[in-house]
Design a protein around this ligand. Structure first.
Ligand code: FPP
Length: 299
């Protein structure tokens, strides 16, 4: 079976056509495809408590290159390899949603043109050379951000990969491109204001759900876990609305060194946390039967 599939894939590559993998839904495990090291960490996880959505701020490409006296672009190139490796591990453990901060609005405005142009070329080449691997791993590709401002040839490649992978039912990999959390909120409020005007709605009736419906991420759950590489303790304008109750995991590891095993380690740390959503957790002290009986000593 396996050799037949490999043969078909080689044939397809020759004719530049793409093959859908045998479809399995997100949540379907392919643990046998993890590395031995990954399997060891996976064995410590509680499968019933896997996060539904992991978001990552991929940081440290430049430093990775600098530590090796290499040019920055080689750090980005290595970072693109990490994107693929981590996505494949995510798909093997049945993670439904993975959202990566690949290019911010601020990157677009504040980095030297030569670096921005390189990142655009890298994105195109990443999409082109990994689309078959997306198919093999049943990964569906989506994007969030002001993507209509990206160069037309990049948008064209993005559309092609999105359409090619649209029928896949495993992990949805979302790349945040030309993305900013505040501009997402601006776009959402503009959309909501237009809807209200059209339907003659009363602003006093706006709910959180109305705002959620107009976010780029309306179709997905909020992230359970946000990972940031390279040790910086910042959110950097990423998914501002969506991370209200997200657990944050910061690692010193630089993104080009981040692999599937590190994703699994972050999930293990996430599973050791107690999520409270503003409520009370275990060991929080006893709640008085009648708080009226407690004398308040302030100051
Ligand atoms: C931060 O590194 C990373 C980015 C600018 C965005 C992430 C980009 C990639 C992983 C490469 C391409 C991605 C795809 C999907 C093809 P930095 O340059 O800010 O690092 P530094 O803080 O060490 O300088």
């Amino acid at each position: 079976m396996e050799w037949k599939r490999a043969g078909r894939q080689a044939e397809n590559r020759k004719y530049n056509t793409l093959e859908a993998s045998p479809l399995y839904p997100s949540g379907t495990l392919r643990i046998d495809e993890l590395t031995a090291e990954e399997r060891t960490v996976y064995a410590t996880l509680k499968p019933e408590r896997l996060p539904q959505h992991v978001a990552i701020i991929m940081d440290g490409n430049g430093r990775w290159a600098g530590h090796r006296s290499l040019k920055r672009f080689l750090g980005h190139q290595q970072g693109a390899k990490s994107v693929q490796m981590v996505t494949e591990t995510a798909s093997r453990i049945g993670l439904p949603w993975l959202t990566l901060y690949a290019f911010s609005l601020e990157n677009n405005l504040r980095r030297p043109r030569a670096e921005v142009n390189f990142l655009m070329r890298l994105l195109r080449s990443y999409l082109e050379s990994n689309v078959q691997r997306m198919m093999d791993n049943n990964v569906r590709m989506r994007y969030i951000g002001r993507t209509h401002e990206l160069p037309p040839e990049v948008q064209e490649k993005m559309r092609w990969v999105e359409e090619t992978t649209a029928g896949n039912t495993g992990t949805t990999l979302t790349l945040a491109l030309n993305y900013g959390g505040r501009s997402e909120l601006v776009d959402a409020f503009r959309g909501l204001a237009a809807e209200m005007k059209l339907k003659h709605l009363n602003p006093g009736h706006i709910t959180e759900e109305d705002i959620h419906r107009h976010l780029y991420t309306a179709h997905m759950p909020d992230p359970d876990l946000l990972i940031r590489t390279s040790g910086e303790m910042r959110i950097s304008n990423y998914l501002l609305w969506q991370i209200a109750y997200t657990e944050i995991f910061v690692t010193e590891r630089l993104w080009p060194d981040f692999r599937g095993i590190h994703l699994l380690e972050a999930i293990a740390a996430f599973q050791r946390r107690e999520r409270r959503y503003g409520g009370l957790g275990e060991g929080c002290g006893e709640v008085e039967e009648d708080p009226e009986q407690i004398r308040i000593a302030a100051g």
